[in-house]
Design a protein around this ligand. Sequence first.
Ligand code: NAD
Ligand code: MG
Length: 394
Amino acid sequence: MRRRITIFGSTGSIGENTVDLLTRQGGAEAYDVVALSGGRNVARLAEQAKELQADVAVTAFPECYDALKAALAGSNVEAAAGQEALVAAADRPADWIMSSIVGAAGLVPGFRALRHGTTLALANKESLVTAGPLLLAEAERHGATVMPVDSEHSAVFQALVGEDIAAVERIIITASGGAFRDWPIEALASATPEQASSHPNWAMGQRITVDSASMFNKALELIETKEYFGIDPARIEAVVHPESLIHALVGFRDGAIMAHVGPPDMRHAIGYALNWPDRAELPVARLDLAQIGQLNFRPACEQRWPALRLAREVMSAGGLSGAVFNGAKERALDAFLDRRIGFLQMAQVVEAVLDRLSHETGQTNAGMILDNVLATDRLARDTADAVIARTNQN
Ligand code: NAD
Ligand code: MG
């Protein structure tokens, strides 16, 4: 049966890799592409949509509609724009939906698409961080499958095939350490957005690359691990592994550890989710272990990377604290990229917002329905903006 495919965020790093795999696996000949979405890069979005013969292409931004419409002229692809159009695209039935918009903006389209009761390939980790229990309950209600696409979580998923989760003693996710892993701690305060935007091992979107340097990415992933696998946070660890060849390890109660090893290429995790439960041939490099020679590990130091400590607090607080954490982090990242705050101030802003919203409004304990998650996300952003403004006056 030809599968119907939708990709949210098709013009991004994960989206392009997904399009690449679909094209290699037969493209429009093999799949019915329903919807593709992007942002301001409408030329590329239109090109993908024509190539894959999508039914509709959606730009998230209404002001980009005319340009998208013009770029699609003469094709059979419909143009649409804005948040409502994204939701309408999610409502079009599909069998495999890739959620690869960056940030909390990715939550609603993926959540909505669960109604089809099919497969949601989830690269958008923010969905699990902000609304994990809600998203997974919605998936269960509709008989949908959520497949992890983050490399670490795909690795854990694969290590758990055929295993009983009750026999798992620990889950270890690896971190490359990002751009500054070898910098002296004293130098971090003056790190610039340009310096933070180059990753030693992975080619990714700019935001996740900077989040790798600050370890906010790993912090999100610790929370993602807790939410997705439903495991006690005390059993979840992060370790720095500069080569990024082992993506995660699962330790069992008999002392065995299963490690997932592969090159740093997201097409593995995307391709696994696309072809699961089968394994298809994928265009990723094959490792020559004798050539690699050795693999290194270092502790993930919470003094150097306070985001990891904050993730522990969020995992133990639960509720909407993940939405607070993520919303504040997104605004702190914006402020760092705009040079309104320094690199180390990102974690200070997030910590201040977590404190304020748990002590002053009790927001972290509000019930988890979608409206509360979205309201908390907005409140966290506003609170972060206020904290950032005050930081700048000092
Ligand atoms: P990216 O910045 O390269 O692409 C983001 C996509 O989202 C683009 O298509 C962009 O047009 C769209 N977009 C941006 N803002 C939007 C908005 N407000 N509304 C709707 N669409 C919007 O990002 P990426 O690196 O591909 O990451 C995408 C997601 O996958 C993130 O959640 C990230 O954490 C996760 N992820 C990425 C990688 C990676 O290797 N890049 C690995 C693991 C997980
Ligand atoms: Mg990852």
